[in-house]
Design a binder for this molecule. Structure first.
Ligand SMILES: [Cu+2]
Length: 194
């Protein structure tokens, strides 16, 4: 009895420490590129956990303000829910799932596939010189691996289509318009297992 209690307490704090280390590593690697594009605040998460995706917008399109943000929900991301934003209209699309899943005993065959925030008026436009975040939450698959969120950033003039996914062995930082990457790591990713 004593052993199992101490293992679970110990595991949680080390897990957070591990995640923080990885997140810091990711954050310092080509700082200029990572922070400039539309990227996720937390770029590492545990398999099977619920995840808050914070999309960071650090600039517009060649100086033009952002007027809409469309996020394509990747396969495996379950029950996506957007955070409303004052001055922005929300549109949510759903689609039939290739692989249905169970949620609280219910079979889920259709799920959210796309979320769009659109500025209601010019007053809501996100100027190039400002920074903002667009947030959604959902459940992660039990399987670890890379999950790419394609984001279409529409501006008053032009747009940025952050949708490039690197081929195996290609560094995402070398891409002009990379999709936003989330590294899903095994839920047991902590120092030592008993
Ligand atoms: Cu950029």
């Amino acid at each position: 009895m004593k052993n199992s209690f101490s293992i679970s307490f110990h595991t949680t704090s080390s897990r957070q420490f591990t995640l923080k280390c990885i997140a810091v590593l990711l954050a310092i690697t080509p700082a200029s590129t990572v922070f400039a594009h539309v990227v996720l605040e937390d770029q590492v998460a545990l398999a099977g956990s619920s995840y808050k995706a914070v999309f960071k917008v650090g600039h517009g399109c060649e100086g033009s303000p952002t007027t809409a943000m469309r996020v394509t929900i990747p396969a495996g991301f379950m029950g996506a829910k957007p955070m409303p934003k004052a001055g922005w209209k929300l549109d949510i699309k759903t689609a039939k799932l290739n692989v249905p899943y169970e949620s609280y005993g219910k079979k889920i065959t259709d799920d959210v596939s796309e979320i769009t925030w659109t500025a209601i008026s010019k007053d809501s436009y996100l100027p190039d010189g400002y920074y903002d975040e667009f947030v959604l939450r959902g459940g992660l698959p039990k399987k670890e691996g890379a999950m790419w969120f394609k984001v279409l950033q529409t501006c008053d003039k032009g747009s940025n289509d952050w949708s490039q996914i690197p081929a195996v062995g290609v560094d995402a930082h070398s891409l002009k318009s990379p999709a936003a990457l989330l590294e899903i790591i095994p839920s047991g990713t902590v120092g030592h297992q008993h």
